[in-house]
Design a protein around this ligand. Structure first.
Ligand code: ADP
Ligand code: MG
Length: 602
């Protein structure tokens, strides 16, 4: 029997595990126990509660009951745009640019909270399956960046689980429906969960999945639907009554029950019991009322689909398969609207809140050496690279590269006797690092003193199967080495990723000429510096007329380098190259010739 690798959907609202058992992929559950755990942790008089019990404590322990912490995984205070003071629990800034969820007398990192959920799932799975669980494939949203993926791995480690693969949720959903078995196709995964809405466009080619685009709203989910229904009840049914926080919470719970009942019924009858404000009566609520209340939100999700398709350069007709994920896709109106949009019925055979974990389980099974009919691959959402001379951004791993990805380039120094080099890592699409996102920096020290241009610094970027980045730098002459295991600065919001990509298109031309200007200026300076060093030897090799011509052109070049016309500067540099070629060949060493740090452009 092959080793067990569990598939875990670590969700914002709900988490669960699945495995590939004798009957095929299924959620890990028995008659008595289920691995399905609400992603909620509570600290109260009864000690620490996780899952269903914590959810139940939410009403009496609002301040110490934590939910939706997936939003804070791998994020810092600067990444969070929502108003934290509106949450019932306290979130503080930690001292590592992180966030802490405050309970009683100590702060818990979002990773610790998630690890408590994972421990609960692991323990239950072990009890149900009767064997130890040490490894798992854990899913994350497609837009999660390095920092958020790393935080997810950390949570697993804290829980005593090895995350053998971090898998994109939409990819997992497509796998669950066996779409990976096809030769090719375009798949839309529409994920409407409890707290978030995501839509992803995937392309399957030769049994490999690629994420073409992702869109969504981190503040649009089933919770918001409950809120709308609760508000409608308060307005129309409890007209004019002042509601205390407890009644509000109660109404939201009732609203969710109504919502769920309306999936299979066209109207519901609910008993509303709010003695505090003197309410004790039956409420009839119809599906029609419900559809009316939520229609604007459903329409909003269609807008996101349109954007995602647009980004992937596809029309609805070009989509072969539509997969529905998340509890909120059980709502008949949602299914109907999505079907209409694509003019084809979506896949609904599987339970929409189990799809992701089932796909993760299949992936785990394959990794453990089970049936291996298809490969899986994800892509890098934004290019990765380093800062080079003049604040330019040299990309090593390009956007949309499939992972795992590896890229190596050789750089050099621009100053004589430089014994240390700062490697400053960035992510983005623009030509200058000031317009990109900083991922961290490290120093390669201890290089023996050499003339500028002589050291050969080989920089290697490696993005592993989980989208995590390791950068190494080695000076090839002295074999001095340094490496950074990136603890990336905290995440980018999906909106930022889209904005950065959009800006890179819009500003591409500007950036391009600016970048050329910067590079040409550096080159002009290097030429001047080279000439200064050797000019006193000129009379040995050159005629007075040649010396005069070069002197004149030196002045002209310095002047043009101060202007901002890259083409004129390029022409002047070429002209100088022409004038000094023989002289340079005769006397200049490598050091003076390659003063630029990026070979190939120097
Ligand atoms: P997440 O991915 O955010 O963890 P889920 O996929 O588990 O979330 O979805 C949870 C949401 O699905 C909740 O808002 C819940 O109310 C909603 N939901 C569950 N069943 C139904 C149903 N039958 N009709 C409408 N919404 C439902
Ligand atoms: Mg989900």
């Amino acid at each position: 029997m092959s080793e067990l690798i569990l598939g875990i959907d670590l969700g914002t609202t709900n988490s669960m595990a699945a495995w590939v058992g004798p009957q095929g992929p299924e959620v890990v559950e028995s008659e008595q126990i289920t691995s399905h755990v609400p992603s909620v942790v509570s600290f109260g008089q009864r000690g620490r509660l996780v899952g269903q019990a914590a959810l139940a404590a939410r009403l009496e322990q609002p301040k110490h009951t934590f939910y939706s912490f997936k939003r804070f995984m791998g994020r810092g205070p600067k990444d969070i745009s929502e108003d934290l003071s509106r949450l019932p629990f306290e979130v503080r800034s930690g001292d590592r640019d992180n966030l802490l969820l405050w309970a009683e007398d100590r702060g818990y990192s979002p990773e610790e909270m998630s690890s408590l959920i994972l421990v609960e799932i692991k323990t239950r799975a072990e009890a149900i399956l009767g064997q130890p669980v040490k490894k798992a494939v854990i899913t994350v949203p497609a837009y999660f960046d390095d920092g958020q993926r790393q935080a997810t791995r950390d949570a697993a480690e804290l829980a005593g689980l090895e995350a053998v693969r971090i898998l994109n949720e939409p990819t997992a959903a497509a796998i669950a429906y066996g779409l990976g078995e096809k030769q090719k196709g375009k798949v839309v995964v529409y994920d409407f969960g409890g707290g978030t809405f995501d839509v992803s466009v995937l392309e399957l080619k030769e049994k490999i999945f690629k994420v073409l685009s992702t869109q969504g709203d981190t503040r649009l989910g089933g919770d918001d639907l409950d809120q709308l229904v609760a508000e409608q009840i308060a307005k129309e049914f409890l007209r004019g009554l002042e509601l205390d926080p407890h009644s509000r919470q109660y109404l939201k719970k009732v609203a969710e029950e109504i919502k769920i009942n309306l999936t299979s019924q066209t109207h519901t009858k609910t008993h509303i019991h709010l003695p505090a404000i003197g309410v004790d009566q039956e409420l009839v609520y119809t599906r029609e009322q419900f559809d009316q209340a939520i229609a604007p939100l459903v329409t909003r999700t269609l807008g996101h689909i349109a954007q995602a398709l647009d980004q992937a350069n596809l029309t609805p007709e070009e989509i072969d398969d539509v997969v529905l994920v998340g509890g909120s896709t059980r709502i008949p109106l949602v299914r109907h609207q999505v079907e209409q949009y694509f003019n084809k019925p979506p896949h609904i055979r599987l339970n929409p809140d189990q799809v992701v974990s089932l796909g993760a389980a299949i992936q785990g099974h394959l990794l453990a050496g089970g049936r291996r009919d298809f490969l899986l691959m994800d892509i890098i959402p934004l290019s990765l690279g380093i800062e080079t001379l003049g604040g330019t951004f040299s990309k090593l791993v390009l956007k949309n590269a499939s992972i795992p990805a590896k890229a190596t380039e050789v750089f050099s120094t621009s100053i004589d006797n430089q014994t240390g080099i700062d490697l400053n890592l960035f992510q983005g699409e623009r030509e200058f690092v000031k317009d990109c996102r900083n991922l961290g920096r490290f120093k390669l020290a201890g290089i023996p003193p050499m003339p500028a241009g002589l050291p050969k610094v080989e920089v290697t970027f490696f993005v592993d199967n989980n989208g995590l980045l390791t950068v190494t730098a080695e000076e090839l002459r002295s074999h001095v080495k340094a490496q950074i295991d990136i603890v990336p600065t905290h995440g980018l919001k999906r909106a930022e990723v889209s904005r950065m990509i959009k800006e890179s298109y819009e500003k591409a031309l500007d950036d391009f000429s600016m970048r050329n200007l910067v590079e040409f200026r550096a080159k002009a300076e290097a030429i001047e510096a080279g000439l200064v060093k050797v000019w006193e030897q000129a009379p040995k090799y050159l005629s007075p007329a040649e010396i005069k011509a070069i002197e004149e052109h030196r002045q002209a070049l310095l002047k043009i380098a101060q202007g901002d016309d890259p083409l004129a500067l390029k022409a002047a540099i070429d002209q100088m190259g022409h004038l000094t070629r023989e002289f340079a060949d005769a006397i200049m060493g490598d050091a003076a010739k390659s003063a630029l740090i990026k070979p190939g452009k120097g």
